[in-house]
Write a protein that binds this ligand. Structure first.
Ligand code: SPV
Ligand code: MN
Length: 614
């Protein structure tokens, strides 16, 4: 038996509630040792992991880790939200009763950390001193050392965050047990993995993975699912899978902040870290606050305020390069302490590579191992086309490493939000940008956010995979109530942000080329949005929002054909009429959707019908 009391005394962990919680789970999981960690332990833990072979060195003090081959992504079908109230059941949250979920997980975790160390990670998912601090404190218990290193990069980690809580019992209890990965039946009917947020107990129990959102419990489980629930329960805030960025106009001195939700593979990380287009770089300065999560609330001044609860970036490596995301490349350079997971690794040169890092893979394959650890040199001709890195391979780095990290990203007051944008990858129907000034229509737009399914075979041709507010995998309670809570929060603001829908991915149906160059040029659409909000341009009304008039979009230094510009600054009425049918079907799934949302839907539908006749 571990002497938990002694370990906690030595660590200076005084909070009695935390102490009881640690002692309880040390007993259940049967860990051999307990260790309390802080961010300052990073170097020692890295050295231990290198010695144990859990991490491999990458040049310049960076690290490589390989996860178990069947454990490379979040598992949505094994992820549940549990509460004691069945009314919390939604379409997407895989609701389960709290009692039996806790019982099942306690049994799976019993003795499952035998022989291992249980690390105690006190963390805060907020800048210290934030008005939402009471919802941000947590303690993750994990039996994986690499999870500790990732948490140190992704969250604010240290016991001081826990000893000084206003309410010492107000912290999230987050338990992560890896389990015997080769024997969990991943993807079979007998899958043993279970990832539960027991939201009304503020308890997170994840069993059966050591990867990403399944294991870094501060991020997705607390920062999104638990916080989504707490935001509604307290009626105080929204927790969303949103980026957060700032744009400063050096000419006028005006600074604005934008939050945005994008389904996966729709360019959220790239946009969050964007630099201004070359030609506009002297005038505009873009600051990075966050790429994945924002918490939003109404400030004392009646505006919506936001912060990013994270301290780092867990970004998709694939296609990250100097052109697509130069700031990310800078954030993971030598000296950054970045950790790469499931990329290709070369132990001889201590180098890493992923698809899209450079146009072609390294010419000299000597020493290179693919993400599973198989030498590239041993590949048969049939295997030659297989990716070197896993498509969901990742880099982990702290925000402080991002060259355009906002000075105020750590400011406990957060930043005022000027615009809320949604955008999914769609080859047609969605114009470059459409502004929405009505709050109910903005929330309606978020609830009907969708992107093309990754595989064309999935679903009906032309039908989007809907991902409301990009929260589909993180919804903690029913969608109807979720929409109502959004309306409640935003309409409490006396000065409301403008909404907009963006799409960087429209294509020419003839030859498939992207009609808009994307990447840094995307800022041009956001600049128009702010000008529109400020009454500096009038735009052109459409049934689905206000589009930029051609001459209103700043195209300095950009080459784009007239035909492409026409297409992205107009809407296809017939395509939209079809879309409205899909939307209606989508919204009908949700019980208790507020009447304001249905009214917004009917208003847009009627405007489209009028346009079709007119
Ligand atoms: C996501 O999947 O949306 C992520 C990465 O942000 S993970 O932490 O793995 O969930
Ligand atoms: Mn995410």
């Amino acid at each position: 038996m571990v002497d938990v009391e002694r370990v906690l005394d030595e660590a200076g962990l005084k909070n009695p509630h935390v102490r009881d919680y640690v002692a309880y789970w040390a007993e259940v999981t049967g860990a051999d040792r307990v260790e309390v960690v802080s961010a300052s332990d990073d170097d020692r833990l890295l050295a231990e992991s290198l010695a144990a072979g859990e991490l491999s060195p990458v040049t310049g003090g960076r690290y490589f880790s390989r996860s178990y081959a069947k454990d490379t992504a979040r598992s949505e079908e094994r992820t549940v939200v549990a509460t004691s109230d069945e009314a919390d059941k939604g379409v997407y949250n895989n609701w389960r009763p709290a009692e039996e979920t806790v019982a099942t997980l306690t049994e799976r975790m019993r003795g499952a950390s035998a022989g291992k160390t249980m690390y105690v990670i006190p963390y805060l998912m907020a800048p210290q001193g934030s008005p939402l601090e009471a919802y941000a404190a947590g303690v993750e218990l994990t039996d994986s050392r690499p999870v500790v290193q990732q948490m140190i990069r992704m969250a604010r980690v240290g016991i001081d965050y826990l000893n000084d809580l206003a309410d010492p019992d107000s912290f999230v209890r987050a338990v992560h047990v890896t389990g015997d990965l080769p024997n969990l039946g991943q993807g079979t009917p007998d899958d043993q993995r279970l990832f539960a947020t027991v939201a009304d107990r503020r308890t997170i129990l994840h069993y059966g993975s050591s990867y990403g959102g399944n294991a870094l419990l501060g991020k997705i489980a607390h920062g999104l699912r638990q916080a989504c629930y707490d935001g509604k329960d307290s009626e105080r805030f929204l927790a969303e899978q949103f980026l957060l960025l700032g744009i400063t106009d050096r000419q006028t001195g005006k600074k604005v902040h934008v939050v945005g939700g994008f389904p996966s593979a729709s360019g959220k990380t790239n946009l969050s870290m964007t630099l201004p287009p070359e030609a506009l770089g002297d005038r505009y300065y873009v600051e990075f606050y966050g790429d994945d999560i924002a918490w939003l609330w109404v400030g004392d001044d009646g505006r919506i305020w936001a912060f990013n609860p994270e301290n780092g970036v867990f970004g998709v490596a694939k296609d990250t390069n100097e052109d697509s995301n130069p700031t990310a490349i800078e954030a993971i350079k030598e000296g950054s302490g970045a950790i790469f997971t499931n990329v290709a690794y070369n132990p001889k040169t201590q180098d890493v590579w992923w698809e899209g890092k450079t146009k072609n893979p390294p010419e000299d394959v000597d020493g290179w191992l693919d993400w599973k650890g198989t030498p590239i040199a041993d590949r048969t001709p049939e295997q030659a086309g297989e990716p070197w890195a896993h498509p969901n391979s990742r880099f982990t780095t702290t925000i402080a490493n991002v060259p355009n990290a906002a000075e105020g990203y750590d400011d406990p007051r957060g930043v005022p939000v000027d615009a809320i944008i949604f955008g999914g990858r769609t080859r047609d129907r969605e114009p470059l940008i459409r502004a929405i000034t009505d709050v109910a229509e903005g929330v309606y737009d978020g609830m009907t956010l969708g992107a093309e399914a990754t595989f064309a075979a999935e679903g009906v041709e032309g039908q989007l995979r809907y991902d409301p507010m990009s929260m589909r995998p993180f919804m903690a309670y029913s969608e109807g109530e979720y929409a109502a809570h959004w309306l409640h929060i935003i309409s409490h603001a006396t000065s409301q942000p403008i909404f907009a829908h963006v799409n960087w991915f429209q294509r020419d149906p003839e030859d498939g080329h992207y009609r808009w160059p994307g990447y840094r040029e995307n800022l041009r659409a956001l600049l128009w949005l702010i000008q529109y909000r400020d009454g500096e341009v009038t735009g052109v009304e459409s049934p689905v929002g206000v589009l930029p008039a051609r001459e209103e979009l700043n195209l300095d230094g950009l080459e784009i054909s007239e035909a492409d510009l026409d297409a992205i600054l107009s809407i296809d009425i017939d395509r939209w009429r079809q879309e409205m049918g899909f939307r209606e079907e989508h919204l009908r799934q949700f019980d208790g959707l507020p009447e304001e949302i249905w009214e917004a839907h009917r208003r847009v539908a009627a405007a489209l019908e009028a346009a079709a006749e007119g």
